[in-house]
Write a new protein. Structure first.
Lengths: 215, 194
């Protein structure tokens, strides 16, 4: 257990070290800033579409760091050293997912406030987006670590990683943004179910991908 | 039980190439086996098989104890001071700081404790990896070219550490182009297997 905590803190330290903490957050804010310029200063339109835009931005922000989730550890031999010590690949994947969920999820939720303000979202909608994101973050982290593990052996892997993750992330996007629709009462349950499913599959699928990296 | 590692009828295929087959070897406490042979003979692959990082195409590998591995990657975070990078592995291996201190003394790295890993030379990094192996307390050492970039003094320290490890009942599988001045060393010529 001490070993797993050490592993978790190392991933978190690497995620937040050297300013990398701010990268997804800045990206998220950047999208929120750019969007009003693109659609014009129409407050009702922004309020209506802004919530969906926040979801798209959050999804892309989750994908931003996949380059450094697995590949550096593989290149440095850290994954091999952990395997030699008998850590199951699924456990390593689960720790990485947890660290990524905290590492990018927490700052994202904090950045949500200014971003939502830029897009003219009112209190109710901010709460809905925040709740939805909090539910979806474990799933987004699972997908990010999975695609990072799948593409760690490839050159230019992060671009392919985005393509890999997109189809799996679309249900999160539909149900998450669906929560904002007044008629979307069941959306939060479907979102939770999707998130649970992806979070459960994540460690096993990513673990298998990590095992594949050694062959 | 004195037997630490046993390979029975092991075959290794990398890509489409059969590197070796029907290889059997055994390491008891205190044993050291030197894998020699030309590049591509399968020395590193055999080390990775023994470590459990590769699966054999045929045969059986039994490990009775924990193992520690050195390969070409140092597995130390480059931005971290050396001591903290080593402390991470000490926590993973659940050994205390004194063990790391002693291992750093053994490889003469105590003075570099605060230097970031990225600033270390190749030989210093190999010595740091060796500290990790010594501190882990694992009875089976799997060393793939551990002396790369090491100067004579460091090689002597490495040989001394290996002698101490064997005296304490550890075993060693060494892939290297030269014998590192280790005495009482069994040899396996991988070039002759192909």
């Amino acid at each position: 257990m001490t070993a797993l905590i050490a592993l978790f803190w190392r991933d978190l330290r690497r995620a937040w070290g050297s300013g990398a903490l701010w990268l997804p957050v800045l990206f998220f804010l950047l999208v929120a800033t750019a969007f009003p310029f693109a659609v014009g200063p129409d407050a009702p339109l922004l309020a209506r579409t802004g919530g969906g835009m926040l979801w798209v931005a959050a999804l892309l922000a989750a994908l931003l760091p996949i380059d450094r989730l697995v590949r550096p550890d593989r290149d440095a031999g850290v994954l091999d050293q952990l395997a030699v010590r008998g850590f199951a690949d699924e456990v390593i994947a689960a720790v990485k997912i947890a660290a990524h969920a905290i590492g990018f999820g927490l700052p994202l939720l904090i950045a949500l406030l200014p971003a939502a303000a830029l897009l003219g979202q009112d209190g109710t909608r901010i709460t809905l987006v925040a709740t939805g994101l909090a539910i979806a973050i474990p799933a987004l982290a699972s997908l990010a670590v999975l695609s990072a593990a799948l593409t760690a052996g490839l050159r230019g892997g992060s671009a392919i990683g985005g393509l890999l993750i997109l189809p799996l992330a679309i249900p999160l996007l539909i149900f998450g943004a669906g929560m904002l629709d007044p008629s979307g009462r069941g959306a939060v349950k479907l979102l939770a179910a999707t998130s649970l499913l992806l979070s459960m599959i994540g460690p096993f699928a990513a673990g298998a991908a990590l095992r594949g990296l050694r062959e | 039980m004195t037997q630490l590692l046993r390979l029975t009828g092991v075959a290794c295929i990398r890509g489409d190439r059969l590197l070796f087959e029907d290889l059997s070897l055994m390491l008891n406490r205190g044993d050291a086996l030197w894998l020699r042979g030309p590049n591509g003979a399968g020395k590193s692959s055999l080390i990775r098989l023994a470590a459990g990082l590769l699966r054999p195409a045929a045969g059986m590998i039994e490990r009775r104890e924990r193992r520690a591995l050195i390969d070409e990657a140092a597995a130390l975070d480059p931005e971290m001071p050396l001591r903290r990078a080593l402390d991470f592995w000490a926590r993973i291996d659940t050994v205390d700081g004194h063990t790391v201190d002693r291992a750093m003394e053994e490889m003469a790295l105590a003075s570099l404790a605060e230097v970031p890993v990225a600033m270390l030379s190749t030989g210093q990094r190999k010595r740091a990896a060796m500290v990790r192996v010594i501190a882990s307390g694992a009875p089976i050492w799997l060393l793939d070219e551990p002396a790369n970039g090491m100067d004579d003094a460091a090689q002597a320290r490495l040989a001394a550490a290996i002698a101490k490890h064997r005296a304490n009942g550890g075993a060693l599988l060494l892939a290297s182009h030269f014998a590192l001045g280790i005495t009482d060393l069994a040899e396996l010529d991988m070039g002759a297997l192909a």
